[in-house]
Design a protein around this ligand. Structure first.
Ligand SMILES: [Zn+2]
Length: 352
């Protein structure tokens, strides 16, 4: 039995989790969501956020950063109510997130929601003048004394908004997605990474949606994810988010951060067990305070946990069991994990 720290989901949209659907691009997904959001009542949205957070808790996540859409009438209010309701079980951190822009929707609404939220969000590419958008959130965050977490450069189109955002941010900055970093020239990427480091900014990556929404729909169907390996090598704090769960932005997933980590490791071709920090210690640092929540799993190592994605046996929050599973693992009369142990016990020299 292995005891590990509980997980963090550092980027999620829970108000539309499990609504179903799919899309061939980010814009199409946003369009679909924008037609639904105001048909959902405050109570509907709140309940959806709470239930989705509890599903994540089952898989071991006790801290979630929730981006709530400020272009929606009730999303931020619903998220604030859900935060209060859930606090014994899951800590939510609410970001005021302008899905379709600040000036495209209502500047006044954005300011009001920003005051209610914990963190100031952004999405510069969707307003007519991205620099005006970034100046605005930087000033507002400074005035309210809040951190910034901005959806930025999340296409393969090589937009370079991060450079400006890093220049104007006056409070702590997290760059969410940053998938364009995958596509920049090595020279530009290196320079940007250096600036991220100097600014002590974090990068929050969401491999599931990045993999699904990037790269077009015809072959070669390349997949863009931010350069996690290079960012970590330079000592930048990188953490991961589930982002979307079974909605037009990402039609699969179940709120399990281990699947998210597994995807990141596959795309980055990196199976270093220390990457568990992307959903534990690094995320804790970005979230802002320590906790002692933990998970028990029926494996002996992080490597085994990542390769089996085994259900969590128990999740312990503030000293109490808040989630558990009782699976019986048998194939014929054998335990599959013991079979894996036996197979791995036979030593082969696979080096050249
Ligand atoms: Zn997002």
């Amino acid at each position: 039995m292995l005891k590990i720290p509980a997980f963090y989901d550092m980027h999620s949209h829970l108000e539309n989790a499990f609504i179903g659907g799919n899309a061939s691009s980010l814009e199409e997904a946003v369009e679909k969501w924008s037609k639904i959001r105001d048909k959902m009542s405050l109570e509907d949205l709140k309940k959806r956020i709470e239930k989705a957070a509890l599903v994540e808790l089952f898989y071991g996540t006790t801290h979630i950063r929730v981006h709530a859409d400020t272009c929606s009438k009730n999303s931020v209010k619903a998220a604030i109510l859900a935060k209060e309701e859930l606090k014994e079980y899951v800590d939510l951190q609410i970001v005021a997130f302008p899905e379709q822009g600040i000036f495209n929707c209502s500047k006044e609404d954005f300011i009001n929601y920003a005051k209610l939220a914990d963190i100031i969000g952004g999405k510069p590419e969707v307003d007519e003048n991205p620099k005006e958008h970034m100046d605005f959130i930087s000033e507002l965050a400074f005035k309210l004394g809040k951190h910034i977490d901005v959806h930025i450069d999340q296409h393969d189109a090589k937009t370079k908004h991060s450079e400006y955002m890093l220049r104007v941010a006056k409070t702590h900055l997290a760059l969410s997605h940053l998938t364009a970093l995958h596509f920049y020239s090595d020279k530009y990427a290196k320079r940007l990474i250096k600036t991220i480091k100097e600014k002590n900014a974090s990068v929050i990556s969401s491999p599931l949606t990045a993999f699904y929404l990037n790269g077009g729909n015809s072959y070669p169907m390349y997949r863009g994810l931010t350069r996690i390996k290079e960012l970590l090598k330079e000592g930048i704090n990188v953490c991961l988010g589930h982002d979307d769960i079974q909605n037009p932005f990402y039609p699969s997933g179940v709120g399990d951060m281990l699947q998210v980590l597994w995807m990141a490791m596959n795309i980055e071709k990196e199976f270093d067990p220390s990457w568990i920090n992307l959903i534990t210690r690094n995320a804790e640092k970005e979230f802002g305070y320590k906790n002692e929540d933990y998970i028990l799993v029926d494996v002996n190592s992080i490597e085994e946990l990542i390769s089996t994605l085994i259900p969590r046996r128990a999740v312990i929050r503030k000293g109490k069991i808040v989630a558990k599973s009782t699976i019986e693992m048998k194939v014929l009369d054998l335990n599959p994990l013991s079979l894996i142990e036996e197979l791995k016990g036979e030593n082969f020299n696979t080096s050249l």
